[in-house]
Design a protein around this ligand. Structure first.
Ligand SMILES: O=c1ccn([C@@H]2O[C@H](COP(=O)(O)OP(=O)(O)O[C@H]3O[C@H](CO)[C@@H](O)[C@H](O)[C@H]3O)[C@@H](O)[C@H]2O)c(=O)[nH]1
Ligand SMILES: [Mn+2]
Length: 828
C-alpha cells in the first residue's frame, strides 16, 4: 500500500498570520521532541511565509477553499473558520506517502512518529465535545486524489454540519476511520477539567490541542497562571514559545545568545510586541535641549537633535516587572505616556500585567505601540490614575518636564495599525435604538377617520395687491451709487407725446433739455436730450449708437446682415424733408443718426452708402441708387447733428460727394436706355450661343458702344452626324426677335424723382461731361478737372466709396439669383 520512495511529513495549515505563532510553536515542539520526519505547512497566499520557512521544510501554497454557505459556522460562533475547508488540500499532496496533519494550535509533548506506521488510510482522535466524532486537529491521512475530489465537491457545496472541516470530514468518513487515542489530541478546557484523568494520563499525553477561539498566544502569557491542568498545558505551549522566541529571558543562561525574533511573530503574540517608539516633534521646530534632555535624561544627550528621534524601548522581564520600569537614565515622568491610558478600557483586567492589551474577544493579539510605551508607568493600570498621572512619578524638581513643547510619542501610522484599544473614531456619533413594541394589545383602528377639509383651495384675491406708492428705500450700495444714465431709452409702452401740445418731460439724464438744437453739440448730448420744439416727435428720439459712425463697422454689418425688407420704406416718416430720402441724407449728416430707419430693431443707417428713392418717387424698375453724402472722410470731431446737417444741407461744400471714377453720374443715367441696352446684349448673347448671327443694327451698335469694337469671331461650322442633319431638338426654342425685350422698362417721372432732387442739390457729383456711352476715361478726366471740388483727387483709383484703401473688396462676383428681398424690391 505504501508507495515506494514517497516521504512522510507532518503537515500543518496556515490560513492567516494570526496563527503564525501557533504554527511555529508546533514545529519547534515536534523538532524539540526529536522527530525524524519532515515538516510541511500548507499556506494560503495571503500569509507571510518567510517566518514559517525558517522552521518548516516544505511550505506548500494552496488555494483557499472558502465556505460559501457559512451559516453553520455561526452555530459554533466561529465565523473566522470560513476557510477551514482549505484543509481538504491535504489529500491532494500525493507527493507524500502519509501525512500526520496537526492543527496550528497544537503543541507536541512528544513526536508521535509512530502514527506514520499505522496501516489505516485515515485515523483521528475523538473530539472532546462529542466523542463519537473525531477532531480534525490531528489526522493521519493518506493523500489520494479520489478522496480529494470527493471532499472538494462537498466543500464546494458547503456540506458540513459545522460549516468547517470537522463537520465535512466527519460526514465524509463517518465511522470509517481509525480511532486514535485521546492522548494524540488532548483538547483541554478551562471550564471542564477532569483532574483525576489528567493526573492519571498526564504522562501519556502526546499532543495538546487548544481548541476554541482562545489560543495561548491570543490570551497572553499571564492568562493561565494557575496550577490546574489547563494552565499547565498552556504553560507548555509558552515554554516552547519562550525557548525559541522570547528575548531577554530572565533565567537566561550566561552564554545564551538572545534570539533574533522576527517582529511579525511578536506582533501576533499578546504582550510580546515591543515596538520602536517614535517621538515626533513638529517639523520645522528642532527639539530643544530641554526636550531632548527630557527624553534621554540630562546626562545622556543624543548625538544630534533631529526631528524624529527613534528610541528603542528595551525588552524587560515581563514576569518580574511589576515595578515601574526605568528606561536608561530616565527618571522623570512623561505626561504623554500617561495620556495613553485614557483609551485603555481593559487595564483593570490586567492588574498583574504592565502592558495593556487589546480586546479580549479579538483573535488578533497585536499590542498597541502606544500602550507599550506606557509601560514606564509600571503598575498604573487603573483608569482613575489617569486623572492624576503624576502623583506617583519619582519626579525630581530639576527635571520637571515642560508641559507644552514636550515631544509627542505618537502612534506611527506608517508602520503600525491603530492601537487596538483606542476609542473608535465614530464613538460619539448619536445613536438611536428602536425597541419593538411590547404592547400585547392588538391595534384597533378608529371607527372612522376625520374627513378631509372641504374648502381646500386657494382664494384668488379679487383686488390686486396694492402697489407701494413710494419706491422702497435703497438698501444696497449699487442703489445709492447708481451710475447716471447716459442716454434715454424709448419705451414702447409710454404714452405717445403730442408734438405741439405737450411740453417734453424732463428726462432723468444728466444733460439739460435744450430748447433748440445746439449748433454742434456732442453726439451723446444730442442723442439723449429731447428737443423742446421738435414738431415731429419721432425725429426727436435718438436712435444711434456710439459705433454707428464708425464706417468699418457699418460696412462689415452691411456685408453680414440680411438686407432690409422692403416694408422699411413704408415706415419712413412722411413729413420730413424730402421724404425718406431726405431723412436719409440728414441722418448721415448726423454722423450715424438713425432717422429714416425706424422700422428696425437694429438700426444701422450709418452704414448706408446709397439709398433707393421712396415708393412714390421711384419708377417701377430699379434705377441707379442715389449716393448718400457723407461727412468728409470721417474726420474725428467732425460730427453734426441732424438739424445742423439739414440746415447746412447741400450748401456745405464738405458734404459734397465727389464723382467716383468710372461710375456714371446721375444725370447720365437713363434707366430706360440702360435697360434697352441690357436687353440688346442679352439678345445678342443668346444669338451667339445658339449659333446664329446677330443681325440687327441696334444690337451690334449697342455692343460696340458698351464693349468697344471687337473682332468678330467666326464659329467654325461642323458637319453634323449622318442622318441628324434635319433633326430638331424637342427642347429647341426659336430665337427671340431682337426687338422684343423683356422686361419692358417704364419711363421714370424724372420731375418728381428724388434722384433728380438730390442731383439738383449736389451738382458736384455730376460729372462735367459725358453721356450714356461715354468712355470711363471721360469720368476720370472730369473728376480731375473739377475746380470746385476742394477735396484733392485721391491717388487711389480703385473702387469707390464703398471700400476704403487697403480694405478687402470683392474682385469677382458670383452670379446668383436675386434673393427674396431683392425680388420684392424689383417687383415693386
Ligand atoms: O484564522 C485562521 C483560522 C484557522 N486557521 C488554521 O485552521 C486550523 C483550524 O482552526 P482552529 O482555530 O484551530 O479550530 P479549532 O478551534 O481547533 O476548532 C475545531 O473546528 C475546526 C473547524 O471544524 C477544526 O478545523 C479544528 O480542527 C477543530 O479543533 C487552525 O489550527 C489553523 O491551522 C488559520 O490558519 N487561520
Ligand atoms: Mn485547532
Amino acid at each position: 500500500m505504501a508507495a515506494q520512495g514517497l516521504e512522510d511529513v507532518y503537515a500543518s495549515l496556515l490560513l492567516t498570520d494570526t496563527y503564525l505563532p501557533g504554527a511555529l510553536v508546533l514545529a519547534h515542539s515536534l523538532r524539540d521532541a526529536g522527530t525524524t520526519k519532515k515538516l510541511a505547512i500548507l499556506v494560503t497566499l495571503d500569509t507571510v511565509s518567510a517566518a514559517v520557512q525558517a522552521v518548516y521544510d516544505y511550505v506548500i501554497p494552496v488555494g483557499r477553499i472558502r465556505n460559501e454557505h457559512p451559516g453553520n459556522l455561526d452555530l459554533m460562533n466561529r465565523p473566522d473558520l470560513h476557510s477551514a475547508f482549505t484543509k481538504v488540500n491535504l489529500w491532494r499532496q500525493v507527493q507524500f506517502r502519509k501525512i500526520v496533519y496537526v492543527d496550528a494550535d497544537v503543541v507536541a509533548y512528544r513526536a508521535p512518529d509512530e502514527l506514520f506506521d499505522l496501516p489505516h488510510a485515515f485515523a483521528a482522535a475523538p473530539d472532546i465535545g462529542w466523542p463519537d466524532l473525531f477532531n480534525t486537529g490531528l489526522m493521519v491521512l493518506t493523500p489520494n486524489k479520489g478522496d480529494y475530489y470527493a471532499l472538494l465537491a462537498m466543500a464546494q457545496r458547503g456540506i458540513s454540519f459545522d460549516g468547517a472541516d470537522q463537520g465535512l470530514l466527519n460526514m465524509y468518513f463517518k465511522t470509517g476511520y481509525h480511532r486514535l487515542s485521546f492522548t494524540y489530541n488532548v483538547t483541554p478546557s478551562a471550564h471542564y477539567q477532569y483532574l483525576p484523568a489528567y493526573k492519571h494520563f498526564q504522562s501519556a499525553i502526546n499532543l495538546v490541542h487548544f481548541i476554541g477561539p482562545e489560543k495561548p498566544w491570543v490570551q497572553g502569557r499571564d492568562k493561565a497562571t494557575g496550577g490546574g491542568p489547563f494552565d499547565q498545558m498552556v504553560g507548555r505551549w509558552w515554554a516552547v514559545y519562550d525557548r525559541h522566541y522570547r528575548k531577554n529571558t530572565p533565567q537566561m543562561e550566561p552564554g545564551r545568545q538572545e534570539p533574533q525574533v522576527p517582529e511579525i511573530i511578536q506582533y501576533f503574540v499578546k504582550g510580546e510586541f515591543q515596538p520602536t517608539v517614535r517621538y515626533v516633534v513638529p517639523v520645522g521646530e528642532p527639539p530643544s535641549d530641554q526636550q531632548i534632555g527630557d527624553l534621554y535624561g540630562q546626562q545622556n544627550q543624543p548625538p544630534a537633535p533631529s526631528h524624529v528621534v527613534d528610541s528603542h524601548q528595551p525588552q524587560q522581564d515581563q514576569h518580574h516587572t511589576h515595578q515601574s520600569f526605568d528606561p536608561p537614565s530616565t527618571q522623570q515622568s512623561h505626561p504623554h505616556h500617561n495620556h495613553q491610558h485614557h483609551n485603555n478600557d481593559h487595564s483593570h483586567q490586567h492588574q498583574h500585567q504592565y502592558q495593556h492589551q487589546s480586546s479580549e474577544s479579538s483573535s488578533h493579539s497585536a499590542s498597541d505601540p502606544r500602550v507599550s510605551s506606557s509601560f514606564q508607568e509600571g503598575t498604573h493600570t487603573e483608569a482613575q490614575q489617569d486623572q492624576a498621572p503624576d502623583h506617583q512619578q519619582p519626579s525630581e524638581p530639576e527635571h520637571k518636564p515642560e508641559p507644552q513643547p514636550e515631544p509627542v510619542p505618537s502612534w506611527d501610522a506608517q508602520w503600525h495599525p491603530p492601537p487596538a484599544d483606542s476609542k473608535p473614531e465614530a464613538e460619539n456619533f448619536p445613536q438611536t435604538h428602536y425597541a419593538m413594541s411590547s404592547d400585547p394589545a392588538q391595534f384597533v383602528p378608529p371607527e372612522r377617520y376625520p374627513s378631509p377639509p372641504k374648502n381646500m383651495w386657494y382664494e384668488v384675491p379679487k383686488e390686486p395687491p396694492a402697489q407701494p406708492q413710494e419706491k422702497p428705500k435703497p438698501l444696497f450700495p449699487w442703489e445709492t451709487h447708481q451710475p447716471r444714465p447716459t442716454r434715454a431709452e424709448q419705451r414702447s409702452t409710454a404714452p405717445q407725446p403730442q408734438p405741439q401740445s405737450r411740453q417734453p418731460q424732463p428726462q432723468p439724464g444728466p444733460e439739460p433739455a435744450p430748447s433748440t438744437p445746439p449748433p454742434a453739440p456732442a453726439t451723446r448730448a444730442a442723442i439723449s436730450a429731447p428737443a423742446a420744439t421738435i414738431t415731429d416727435i419721432w425725429s426727436s428720439f435718438p436712435r444711434s449708437n456710439a459705433w454707428d459712425n464708425i464706417p468699418e463697422i457699418n460696412r462689415y454689418v452691411d456685408r453680414t446682415m440680411p438686407k432690409p425688407q422692403r416694408t422699411r420704406n413704408r415706415n419712413l416718416p412722411s413729413g420730413r424733408g424730402n421724404g425718406g430720402n431726405g431723412g436719409v441724407i440728414a441722418g448721415h449728416g448726423n454722423a450715424g443718426g438713425m432717422a429714416g430707419n425706424f422700422g428696425y430693431g437694429t438700426p444701422r443707417r450709418g452704414s448706408k452708402v446709397t439709398d433707393f428713392p421712396s415708393e412714390e418717387d421711384r419708377p417701377s424698375l430699379p434705377v441707379t441708387p442715389a449716393p448718400i453724402r457723407r461727412p468728409r472722410r470721417w474726420v474725428a470731431g467732425d460730427q453734426h447733428d441732424a438739424s445742423s446737417a439739414s440746415a447746412a444741407g447741400a450748401n456745405n461744400d464738405d458734404d459734397q460727394l465727389q464723382g467716383a471714377v468710372g461710375v456714371p453720374g446721375q444725370a447720365d443715367w437713363d434707366p430706360a436706355a440702360q435697360l434697352r441696352k441690357l436687353a440688346r446684349e442679352q439678345s445678342e448673347l443668346l444669338f451667339q450661343r445658339l449659333g446664329a448671327k446677330a443681325t440687327g443694327e441696334g444690337s451690334s451698335v449697342g455692343r460696340r458702344g458698351l464693349l468697344g469694337p471687337e473682332p468678330q469671331r467666326e464659329i467654325p461650322s461642323r458637319s453634323l452626324p449622318f442622318g441628324s442633319e434635319n433633326a430638331k431638338s424637342p427642347t429647341y426654342v426659336a430665337p427671340v426677335p431682337p426687338n422684343v425685350v423683356s422686361p419692358k422698362p417704364v419711363k421714370p417721372v424724372t420731375g418728381a424723382s428724388s434722384v433728380s432732387k438730390l442731383l439738383a442739390e449736389a451738382p458736384e457729383i455730376i460729372p462735367s461731361s459725358g453721356t450714356g456711352g461715354t468712355d470711363r476715361r471721360d469720368y476720370a478726366t472730369a473728376a480731375t478737372n473739377s475746380n470746385s471740388n476742394p477735396i484733392a483727387t485721391p491717388s487711389y483709383q480703385g473702387p469707390g466709396l464703398v471700400y476704403e484703401k487697403g480694405e478687402d473688396f470683392p474682385t469677382q462676383e458670383t452670379p446668383a439669383l436675386p434673393t427674396e428681398e431683392e425680388r420684392d424690391v424689383l417687383e415693386t
